[in-house]
Design a protein around this ligand. Structure first.
Ligand code: UD1
Length: 361
């Protein structure tokens, strides 16, 4: 009797994941599948690979005996509103309701955004507005949004709180900031419907421990970790460290690196939090709260992977800050979750992925 009751009440949650083929998206899809969610994944695959989906399913199947694959894939752009509507209609035809949306899709290369601001505004802004429009049409009000620590003014030398001063300095950051503002406006329009959480990611690196899933930038990367890896692979002669005259103990800038699987787990916690909460609009810093300098990161990578990385010091990169580290106390206390993977784990897993897949997917 109790069993029947339990089964009656058991509701498999249906989640739409936009950008599910990307770096953070694919790791989060895997974590969601493993927790038993039913996924509807949207991706244009313009900046990601379809193979990331094959890989995450391969990992999922290898861990479970006779697993049911609860993942449906929809290829298309959020700039096409009819396409988004089609996804929601497909779900409805299956007599299912979408319990929440995790919205990763968006362009994210800072340098490109400076050269092509309209491309960034169109993709990130219009895509998000289209998504929100269709969510409203289908009475779906729970959204986890991929924001970034880039929304902060980062001239300071203290831990960044959610209440710290905002002020992005490039079009990419401006789109993230503006979407946060849109979510706030929408929330204020009713105070009873929407539930929004913007996750301000610090520096996600690493890869799934299997080495099957990881970051696969299509263009020449600008971020430190893919460049460390390229140096380890011999694809570039040496790593250029942008400045050794910063006001930090070793003179190189400090960042808050977080393992992509800790980030993936965080999304599930936030999604559950939204589903179970009243109408809300909240921003969370998602970082470890621990700072690591560029030299520390490089030395840790060398040590755990037993590799020598040639490097030289270059001049400071325009727009960089010396210290960008999260005060993650709001997130950890609200979610009761703590990032558990170390810088060593990030360096080991990230290298394993690229060693096994030197050309990406
Ligand atoms: C950068 C973006 C930020 C974005 C984030 C995640 C800039 C100014 N900021 O942040 O908007 O949200 O990536 O995608 O581009 N470094 C080197 N040598 C290199 C590359 C980087 O020394 O070849 C240093 C940088 O000076 C920085 C640190 O490594 O101090 C981390 O750089 P990066 O990985 O690009 O991340 P952020 O600068 O934190």
């Amino acid at each position: 009797m109790n069993y029947v009751h339990l089964l009656d009440n058991y509701h498999v949650k249906n989640i739409i994941v936009t950008g599910g083929g990307g770096f953070i998206g694919s790791h989060t899809c895997l974590a969601l599948l493993e927790k038993g969610y039913n996924l509807f994944v949207i991706d244009s695959f313009e900046n990601s690979s379809l193979k990331s989906i094959d890989r995450l399913l391969e990992i999922y199947k290898s861990k479970k005996y006779n697993p049911k694959i609860n993942l449906k894939l929809f290829r298309g752009s959020l700039c096409n509103k009819e396409f988004i509507k089609g996804v929601f209609e497909t779900v409805k035809k299956e007599k299912k309701e979408i319990d929440g949306v995790i919205h990763f899709a968006g362009l994210k290369a800072v340098a490109e955004s400076i050269l092509k601001p309209l491309l960034y505004w169109r993709n990130n802004l219009i895509g998000t507005i289209n998504l929100l429009d269709i969510m409203e049409e289908f009475n779906c009000y729970n959204l986890v949004f991929s924001s970034s620590a880039t929304v902060y003014q980062s001239k300071n030398n203290f831990l960044l709180k959610e209440s710290s001063e905002l002020g992005p300095i490039n079009p990419y950051g401006n789109t993230k900031y503006t979407i946060e503002v849109i979510l706030k406006d929408l929330f204020k329009s009713s105070f009873t419907k929407w539930k929004f959480a913007s996750l301000r990611y610090f520096n996600p690196i690493g890869a799934h421990e299997s080495g099957l899933l990881g970051e696969d930038p299509k263009d020449i990367p600008n971020n430190i970790f893919p460049l460390i890896i390229n140096t380890a692979l011999g694809l570039q002669k040496e790593l250029k460290i942008y400045g050794n005259d910063w006001p930090t103990p070793d003179g190189t800038p400090i960042r808050d690196y977080i393992h992509v699987m800790d980030l993936a787990d965080s999304h599930i916690k936030v999604l559950e939090f939204l589903i179970n909460s009243k109408s809300i609009c909240i921003e969370f810093n998602v970082g470890t709260g621990v700072g690591t300098s560029v030299l520390d990161l490089l030395k840790t990578f060398e040590r755990v992977n037993n590799i020598k990385l040639p490097y030289s010091f270059d001049k400071r990169r325009v727009g960089d800050a010396s210290y960008v580290v999260a005060d993650n106390s709001l997130f950890t206390s609200t979610m009761n979750i703590y990032p558990r993977r170390t810088i060593e784990d990030m360096c080991r897993d990230g290298w394993k992925w690229k060693r096994l897949n030197p050309h990406g997917y």
